[in-house]
Design a protein around this ligand. Sequence first.
Ligand SMILES: C[S@@+](CC[C@H](N)C(=O)[O-])C[C@H]1O[C@@H](n2cnc3c(N)ncnc32)[C@H](O)[C@@H]1O
Length: 396
Amino acid sequence: MTIVTPLYSLVNRISAMTMKEASESSPQAHFELLQMIDQLRAAVETPTETVLRLIYQPPQNAALRTVIELGIFAVLVEKRHRETGVSATQLAEHTGAEPDLIIRLMRVMTSLELCTSTSEVYFANEKTVALTQPIGRDGIPCIYDLTVPTLSKLPEYLRSHDYINPQDYTRSPMQWAVGQSQFEWLARNQQQQTLFNSYMASRREGRPMWFNTYPVERLLGDAVPFEDTVFLVDVGGNQGHDLSKFRREYGHLPGKLILQDLPSVVEGVSGQDAGVEVMGYSFLEPQPVKGARVYYFRAIFHDWPDHICQQILRNTVSAMARDYSRILIVDFVLSDTKTPLMQASMDIQMMSIGAGVERSERQWRDLLRSAGLEIAGIWNQNPGMESVIEAVPIMV
Ligand SMILES: C[S@@+](CC[C@H](N)C(=O)[O-])C[C@H]1O[C@@H](n2cnc3c(N)ncnc32)[C@H](O)[C@@H]1O
């Protein structure tokens, strides 16, 4: 009875939240519903089942990485209108893999609900489609190859380093395990860099952008209304996916939009069609674009430990026009209690591949203050997503 009653009440709350999510389609309701479903699973699972589920997670990722590489999802999607589905034998013909291996891999995919099956015949569902798009097709192999060799050695790294909190990019777990940290590894693996860029551009598809969350009017009032002034610099903006979305919505604003990233990343990117100026630049050097209205950093600071973030921030502050320029940071702001699993996991990933860190509000304040900045506001649509932090120089 003591178990059944809370479970029953949780099921009722899930039912109510399902209605709310369907009627409001708000990110907040969606997030809460997923949280409750996780709670429900934890409540129903026995402790032994929970432990076994955790133990058998790594083979799932390895199987998924292999199925993507074999292009199996692409075949299922291509043939999704065929009522008879695609058999293991047909998949073997398409991929060159042995049918028995395909059956073993596809058992995992079916159990993960990534496709459906009836006795060794497989059918695409909407998750299969996502796995053939850049977020799955490129993101899964790239992030697997980038992180798994280091993650598999992380316990050994931490043990052999007396459980210190990694805080030095040049001595990150990835440096220790693989010989390079993330951005050097990407630069030396052009194919992986291409997958990474594609994943960066696709991973927030359908989710609110910073300008849907942050009140852009704050930037418009006293923006200098000339074409040759700079409105926004996207620092570390990869190949410009965020800037093109911003321009689509705010193309009428006066002032230039500038995309900056490492020369090897922006080489060959033409911003002309998108109305964007492209600049190869390392944010470890002083910012060459002076007096922009906004210096925008999305998913940058979480890659780096505090001492490098301070360097990046100081390099930016030196270019800011007092009382005018602002820094906008889009990253997670971790809550002090009940951090969403994806954010907590991402923190371990960032720690591994470059001694990076996902920060709480207190950590953001401390970091910004150490570079002469203060927070003017934090905006967020739901606790599971990135926040927008506006930072300005501290007035003395
Ligand atoms: C996690 S990605 C984020 C990309 C983009 N801002 C986004 O949110 O999709 C980090 C970006 O920082 C860039 N980066 C790494 N080191 C850099 C440096 N020293 N100077 C400029 N950009 C750098 C990478 O090339 C990559 O595009």
